[in-house]
Write a protein that binds this ligand. Sequence first.
Ligand SMILES: [Zn+2]
Length: 119
Amino acid sequence: MPNTYLMKKVWTMPSKVEEAYKLKRKVAGMKQFDLKCRVCHKKYGKNFTFHHKKYVTGEQIYKDFRSTHDYNLYILPRIEQDPNRFVLLCGAHHTLVEKLKRFKKDKLKRLFDVVNESE
Ligand SMILES: [Zn+2]
């Protein structure tokens, strides 16, 4: 029996949102990303983010956009064109990477030394 609740939800979903959702899923399925978080290998789903390894001069950033939807329409084709500049991360690991990026290199090394020395 078809799930009528789910069908209704799909039908009422605004088409532009659905379009961006499909495009994001398609890009996440590229071989560079393999539909999983690079860190924990969790399967692609809600709150996944394409993390920039490198920004290109002149490229707009998330806060330049009014909504996540507008940002996605801008960034997803760019990711598709140059996937090696990005990493697919689950929400938790994206947050963690952004926090650790704020550490200076020597401090980050000492932090990882402590982690590696710990059982
Ligand atoms: Zn993860």
